[in-house]
Each structure stands twice: as structure tokens, then as C-alpha cells.
Design a protein around this ligand. Structure first.
Ligand SMILES: [Fe+2]
Length: 135
């Protein structure tokens, strides 16, 4: 799979969120690259742990912004995060079992970038901006 580049359309316009999203994508790309190049398992494992930790931290941060700003579709959004976390846990599990995680990663990337960020994250932007920046 080709490395995915960040595109303007992925930006939510909330700098802290965009920075975190970009970092997740960077880690997923790193892991994918490590997988393609068959680097030592230990090195790939470090990237995987970093990706999982950072993603969970980001999602918790995003959820706290949504709760604080009173986002009306919070429950749906949280559910979507949980689905994403489950996919990440599956990758982790497969990796631990010695499987090739590249295909599931490609799936993860496209779901996250093209569906979650562009469609779902963009829906909370006005609410969060209004609450944090215009009050
Ligand atoms: Fe989100």
C-alpha cells in the first residue's frame, strides 16, 4: 500500500485535533512501512504500541472536548470511536499471533481517514469551535 499523505480535506480546522489526527496517520504509515519492509518484530512492536497508546489518548481527549461543549451526537461519536478501538485491538492481536497486519491496516486507514475524520469529526466542528473559541 502506498503511504497516505495528509490532505486539506481531512482538516477539521481545530489545530489541536488536526495535529493529533496527523500523528495517528503518521504512526499507522510507519507501522505499515515496517510491515512491508519486514523489519525486526521488536521494532514493529514498538511502533504498534506507540500507535495504540496515542490513539487511545487522542480519542479520550476528543471525547472530553465533545462532552464539555455539549455535543448532541456524543453517544454516536463515542460508539464510532469504540469501533475504531476494536479494530486497533484486532490488529494488535493478529500481530501478537505473528500474522501479517498490512491488509487490516489498509482497511483501518481508509475507514479512519475517509469515513470517520471527514464525515463524523467534521460534524462536531461548529459545536466545539463555538464553545471553545467564540464564548
Ligand atoms: Fe472522532
Amino acid at each position: 500500500m502506498n503511504k497516505l499523505e495528509w490532505e486539506k480535506k481531512f482538516d477539521t480546522g481545530i489545530a489541536v485535533i488536526d495535529g493529533q489526527h496527523q500523528r495517528i496517520v503518521k504512526y499507522i504509515n510507519e507501522l505499515h512501512e515496517a510491515n512491508d519492509q519486514n523489519v525486526e518484530r521488536e521494532k514493529a512492536e514498538k511502533i504498534l504500541v506507540k500507535l495504540v497508546d496515542y490513539t487511545f489518548t487522542h480519542l479520550a481527549f476528543e471525547e472530553s472536548l465533545l462532552i464539555e461543549s455539549g455535543y448532541q451526537y456524543f453517544d454516536e461519536h463515542k460508539k464510532s470511536h469504540e469501533d475504531f478501538c476494536k479494530k486497533i485491538s484486532d490488529v494488535e492481536e493478529k500481530f501478537k499471533n505473528g500474522q501479517n497486519v498490512a491488509p487490516i491496516l489498509a482497511q483501518l486507514l481508509s475507514n479512519w481517514l475517509f469515513e470517520h475524520i471527514v464525515q463524523e469529526d467534521h460534524q462536531y466542528v461548529d459545536c466545539v469551535k463555538e464553545f471553545f473559541f467564540e464564548n
